[in-house]
Design a binder for this molecule. Structure first.
Ligand SMILES: [Zn+2]
Ligand SMILES: [Zn+2]
Length: 336
């Protein structure tokens, strides 16, 4: 049996996309720690725009900070209202990594002092929003010890023709909560299906992308709506990064997936109370489990036919909140 979401492992709740007052967010990193910690989060990646600093000093026994930043790639002149752009999160595999690629000197977010601590290997004045440039940037970041996530393609007005640039990313944001609070589509399922159809093996995360311009009791608060559960043996930098590299995580904005196994070509999933569980595939051969009125479904099984190339699970709860597993590919499940 193969355990794709291993029910014997602990699930650490993570927000892997977060802004502070080091870029355009309102909270300090300390406030982020306080607010997320009291709501049960175990992992935070502070991904300030173009601002790569370690927040290792905030890590304690209950909450771990991943060193990361968010890069944006646009063509100039840039019309923020109309033009397509790219946002990518880079997560460092070690807390003190200062190798950063392609940071332009026109950024307003990195301070002079931090700038001196960074090592530039392929310094460029400005970036280019092209498939070729993005591919190279992601490839170089991987070589420099970063994991990558393609952020909010719908919010960025990114065309499917650009998806090729991101095929080797570790993951993409299938859900971005701040998009919800500002009237954009927070879900990017169509883009994920497109990536899978064209051979990408990427996984999925859900994240807040919080900027905290509104109080926590406001419906416009952009925190605590999208999260990723990381399955790891213990809560330390090495174990969490290893779990991320192994794609042992799933995305959620509500429901939990307790386990996802495959044995003799048959999947079984166990979840928190749901109204709908779907095994999504590249074909019409799927399985759906729907709850009767006043009842819930909490499990499902599925044996895909031979033509199925990949399978992922989508769980929807009574509030319409969803959870997504990563896609499991034929070479992973056919001999399970
Ligand atoms: Zn962004
Ligand atoms: Zn962001």
């Amino acid at each position: 049996m193969k355990r794709f979401i291993d029910g014997t492992k602990k699930q650490f709740k993570a927000n892997l996309h977060c802004h502070t007052n080091l870029s355009d967010g309102k909270w300090t990193p300390e406030q982020v720690k306080e607010e997320y910690k009291k709501r049960g989060y175990s992992v935070i990646a502070i991904t300030d725009h173009e601002h790569l600093v370690s927040h290792n000093d905030l890590t304690d026994n209950e909450i771990l900070f991943i060193t990361a930043y968010e890069a944006y790639i646009r063509n100039l002149p840039f019309d923020a209202k109309l033009d397509s752009q790219s946002h990518i999160n880079f997560y460092s595999k070690t807390p003190e990594n200062k190798l950063v690629y392609y940071t332009p000197n026109h950024t307003k977010y990195i301070g002079e002092e931090e700038l001196k601590t960074l090592k530039y290997h392929h310094y460029v004045e400005s970036r280019e929003y092209s498939v070729q440039f993005l591919k190279k940037m992601i490839e170089d970041a991987h070589k420099a010890g970063f994991l990558s996530c393609h952020n909010h393609p719908t919010w960025s007005f990114e065309d499917e023709s650009f998806s090729e640039a991101y095929r080797d990313c570790l993951a993409m944001e299938i859900h971005n909560y701040s998009a919800y609070t500002i009237g954009h589509n927070e879900f990017n399922e169509h883009y994920y299906d497109y990536q899978l159809k064209h051979g990408s093996k990427m996984a999925v995360i859900a994240a807040d992308d919080n900027h905290n311009a509104h109080d926590t009791n406001s419906p416009k608060c952009d925190s605590f709506g999208g999260f990723t559960y990381i399955l790891a043996d213990k809560l330390d930098y090495e174990s969490i990064i290893k779990a991320m590299e192994n794609k042992e995580f799933y995305a959620s904005c509500g429901p939990q997936i307790f386990s996802l196994d495959c044995e003799n070509g048959s999947f079984s999933v166990k979840t928190s109370n749901a109204k709908r569980i779907v095994f999504v595939t590249n074909s019409h051969n799927r399985a759906v489990f729907l709850a009767n009125e006043n009842e819930f479904v909490t499990e499902g099984t599925f044996t895909p036919i031979d033509k199925v190339e990949w399978v992922y699970v989508v769980v929807t709860d009574e509030f319409g909140k969803k959870a997504f597993s990563r896609a499991i590919f034929k070479d992973e499940f056919k001999n399970a």
